[in-house]
Design a binder for this molecule. Structure first.
Ligand code: GLU
Length: 420
């Protein structure tokens, strides 16, 4: 992952955010030091035989940050930028996210340094199965539960579940985000994008504002961006821009999201869409709008480009899209940031509902799923907003502080730091 000279590595950056919040709640040095380091890191070799006979040796990781509140939980991503530092940062974010939404989980993240978009489905399957085998002894429904993330989906989760079940017996609860036919939950796929909208609505309501007519620019049109755009469109907001790897489209009057969704579902990229004006991903970030939602990769808003942001609110639908230097610059310009650990917590909250149904061998209707999702996220938003007001701090500082308080209490109660 590339860094501007203004920012530390992503793991140091997350520790910086932890430090800011720890100061507010006066967290002891011992707990701080413990929570700034993952409890376990696996770095594995993943040999993959390509369809043309060539052998690729890939690097795979699973970082388990903290499990004091429950089994480790977090996605697995396939991307060329994956490295141990990035996975450490993302694992830590999961700990604060699950604690903030009060889920009985800890935090973890995994990934393989690879570009799966240039691989065949057979190659991706072989890679997934080998990776699972290499980390399987640290996974389990009460140990560590992966989920989809960047470039992984329900099919990848099905292979992980199958491989793990071959060793341990039928175990649907070992992963979430599965296909519906294998114990996946109706509602899980849209949960991150819909959750972003629930959090945004709660934020607007707390500030006596209305979503209808608000101009929203979304960087990304994958699972998160697409569902978010759709839910915003349905509610009468104007989605003025969306993008994918090929670039974006912009229409100040609002894009036709159903048409763009059909375009992308038919396998085409947005640079061939017949809608609005074409913009680059960098240009999209600077478009004038009410809400800017980075919903793709991390570190897209930094001290180097924060001055060009023309939104009043940044909704962090992606993980770690704003670096510490970007965070300071946005704050100085009066832009409110709704932090990732709150904004995109709908995904892991939906995973919790799926896991709960799997271990109870019971199924919910999607209406129950979405209504419980809303309740959880609105409660988390209210907690964060009240804390921020009480302590006169940012929403990020408040979100981390609440997570830190909950995790440090559990860590202490379990006697983890007794050193025994
Ligand atoms: N990858 C998602 C996230 O970053 C979901 C994780 C999960 O459901 O475990 O929050």
């Amino acid at each position: 992952m590339s860094h501007t000279p203004l920012d530390p590595s992503s793991h140091e950056a997350v520790n910086h955010y932890i430090g800011q919040a720890a100061d507010i709640i006066d967290l002891s040095d011992e707990v701080r030091r413990s929570l700034s380091t993952p409890s376990r890191e696996l770095a594995v070799q993943v040999p993959v035989r390509l369809d043309n006979g060539e052998l690729q040796i890939l690097h795979g990781f699973r970082v388990q940050h903290n499990d004091s509140r429950g089994p480790y939980k977090g996605g697995i991503r396939y991307h060329p930028s994956v490295d141990l530092n990035e996975v450490r940062a993302l694992a830590s974010l999961m700990t604060w996210k699950t604690a903030l939404v009060d889920l009985p989980f800890g935090g973890a993240k995994g990934g393989i340094e690879v570009d799966p978009t240039v691989m065949s489905v057979y190659e991706v399957e072989r890679m997934t199965r080998r990776f699972t085998l290499m980390v399987a002894d640290q996974l389990g429904p009460y140990r560590d539960i992966p989920a989809p993330d960047v470039n992984t989906d329900a099919q990848v989760m099905a292979w992980i579940m199958d491989e793990f079940s071959d060793i341990n017996g039928y175990s649907p609860a070992v992963v979430t985000g599965k296909p519906l036919a294998l114990g996946g939950a109706p509602g899980r796929e849209s949960a991150t994008g819909l959750g972003c909208v629930f959090v945004l609505e709660a934020f607007l309501e707390a500030n006596h504002l209305d979503l209808i007519g608000k101009r929203v620019a979304i960087q990304g049109f994958g699972n998160v961006g697409r569902h978010m755009a759709w839910e915003l469109f349905r509610r009468g907001a104007k989605v003025t821009a969306v993008s994918d790897v090929s670039g974006g489209v912009f229409n100040p009057g609002g894009l036709d999201i159903p048409q763009l969704s059909d375009h992308v579902r038919s396998g085409k990229l947005l640079n061939t869409a017949d809608e609005g004006d074409h913009v680059t991903n960098d240009q999209l970030l600077g478009l004038g709008c009410d809400i800017l939602a980075p919903a793709a990769l991390g570190e897209v808003i930094t001290g180097a480009n924060a001055a060009s942001i023309n939104a009043r609110v940044v909704l962090e639908a992606a993980n770690y899209p704003v670096t510490p230097s970007g965070d300071v610059a946005l704050r100085e310009r009066g832009v409110t940031v709704i932090p990732d650990v709150l904004a995109n917590a709908g995904g892991v909250t939906g995973s919790y509902f799926e896991w709960t149904q799997n271990i109870q061998q019971f199924t919910w209707k999607v209406e129950r799923f979405n209504s419980e999702l809303r309740d959880r996220l609105v409660t988390a938003f209210t907690d964060v907003n009240s804390f921020a007001k009480l302590h006169d701090c940012s929403l990020r500082e408040a979100a981390y502080a609440i997570g830190l308080q909950r995790v440090s209490e559990a860590t202490k109660l379990r006697g983890y730091l007794s050193g025994a």
